[in-house]
Design a protein around this ligand. Structure first.
Ligand code: HPA
Length: 244
């Protein structure tokens, strides 16, 4: 089984790169070449979603090219790292979450492989948008590594690149969302279309708009993410033993 890690904001250079692959895609260029990385005693693929250097905003990422590039490399399992805001007040900055649901509020993104001349029409089953087996592997790796992660949560996927208004976050909370980010969709659905098992390791960078009385600071978001990456990479090394 071949594992890929899709890195998000703050998760660019976590592992030693062995070589790079440029699989190409009929959907256009992927965010960056795909790196073959050493991860503990194992190897996996790594793709930085926002490019290298980090420059592609969430709405402009070519999610289809990214997933297609991984598909061409034979990837069957994906752990996706996402920076998110916490809607649930129990999710402090630096908390890690393995969500089990999502609501897609994005618009105008190329969100399916279906419908083009080469691809057949497919209505994927998506009641459970994240793979149970990858979620379980993440949770048990966290337990073995002694790293605290929250089991479950509903990820609101917003369009960005701006952060939300306090009223928008109140609406997302009323909808049942507990965390908010900009990149889990259409990535998760495309991975499902491509037959891959996909789950998210979400890192809370800040309380979402209006959840705390503090103004959200970009510097603080980057500081929290940088500080969290040691735990993220320890957890990924541990989960790779199960998933490679
Ligand atoms: N909202 C949306 N996406 C995010 C946030 C947020 O508050 N923080 C990090 N990514």
């Amino acid at each position: 089984m071949s594992l890929a890690i899709i890195g998000g904001t703050g998760a660019l250079d976590l592992f030693e790169v062995l070589h790079e692959s440029h699989p190409g895609s009929r959907y256009g260029p992927s965010s960056a070449p795909v790196s073959r990385i050493r991860i503990g005693g194992d190897e996996a693929w790594f793709l930085p979603r926002h490019g290298r250097p980090h420059a592609i905003p969430p709405h402009a990422i070519n999610y289809r090219a990214n997933i297609d590039a991984l598909r061409q490399l034979g990837v069957e399992r994906v752990v996706a790292i996402h920076a998110v805001g916490g809607i649930d007040p129990n999710l402090n900055a630096g908390s890690m979450v393995v969500p089990d649901q999502l609501i897609d509020y994005t618009w105008g993104r190329s969100h399916t492989f279906s419908g083009s001349a080469e691809d057949s029409l497919e209505h994927i089953e998506f009641s459970e948008p994240f793979s149970g087996s990858i979620r379980r592997a993440l949770l048990s790796a966290a337990q073995s590594a002694g790293i605290e992660v929250h089991d479950g949560g509903c990820y609101a996927v917003t369009q960005g690149p701006r952060l939300e208004t306090a009223a928008e976050i109140a609406r997302l909370a009323a909808d049942g969302c507990t965390l908010v980010g900009m990149t889990a969709m259409p990535e998760a659905a495309l991975a499902r279309e491509a037959g891959m098992d996909y789950a998210s390791l979400s890192v809370v960078a800040n309380p979402a708009a209006g959840v705390s009385s503090e103004v959200i600071s970009l510097e603080e978001i980057h500081r929290v993410l940088a500080e969290s990456m040691l735990r993220v990479s320890a957890l990924l090394r541990c989960v790779a033993r199960d998933l490679v």
